[in-house]
Design a protein around this ligand. Sequence first.
Ligand SMILES: [Zn+2]
Length: 314
Amino acid sequence: MNGIHRYKKNQPVNWFHKSKSKSNQYCLYCGRLVGADSRLESNKEHLIGREFVPTGEFGNGNLFNLIFRACKECNDEKSDVERHLSSITLFNSPARKDSQAHNEIAQRKAEKDFHPNKQGTLIKDSGDNFTVSSNFGPASISFSIDGPPQADERRIEFLAYRHVQGIFSLITSRDPLTAEGTCLLSHKYFHLHGSYVHSDWGNPQLLNIMERASEIPCYANIESANGFFKAIMRREKGETGEWFWALEWNKSLRVVGAISQPERYPAIFQDLPSLEWNETGLQEGARTRIRKEIPLEPEKDIMFSGMVENAEGA
Ligand SMILES: [Zn+2]
């Protein structure tokens, strides 16, 4: 099941070397030269931040990660985004119920990290609660909803793009030590369809996407850090050659998208069932709507199952 096209199963891949000339030549994120003759400040980058998942889940470093040279600017920017998404996804993770250690880590992060969109509010206090009034026939009811903390959408898009860039380069680059052998993913081909909290992985849209994706040849199926990081990348054989990708962070949030021509809406996301929203009236002047989340039954979960083409080793 697990594997990466052309790479051995479940092992770290290291493109970093202290010597710039022996490292990957381009920053996989911004595409600038970081190799020999580069004057840009650069350092060691882990595609999956070791602190993004609960402390210790990478063990002694023999699980899959992609380690490479990135420019310092990209590296710092990503660390910042990772901190936010790590705090939120761990705080909302069902893994908290299964382990006291994970629960403590989640709690600790949420107690010291501030929400970037809510000034002065810690992650642990950043959930939305609001009152909804609704009319069902002749009856009017009112109830309040406590929502979990929400991750910042722009940061979700940013980190998903970084993860997909890294895995894309890993699969497609013949030799990252040379310019000709390096393949980079530019943002114009990157398409994010949506992100979903774990309590909603069974919604009809995601079920449909999962079903369609299962037909597409698989080039990377990654499960690392004891399941706190998952990624899958698939590519259509047809002339469009569109890629489908899905990520799962801290058993908590799934993000799905595609790599496609900028002017094309990816085929896999066309004509999906729409999600049913209920209008709930006005709340502080804004129209609100709610939707019942639908959990996924574990035995129906095929998002991260797929045999990788030409994976090495077992
Ligand atoms: Zn960079």
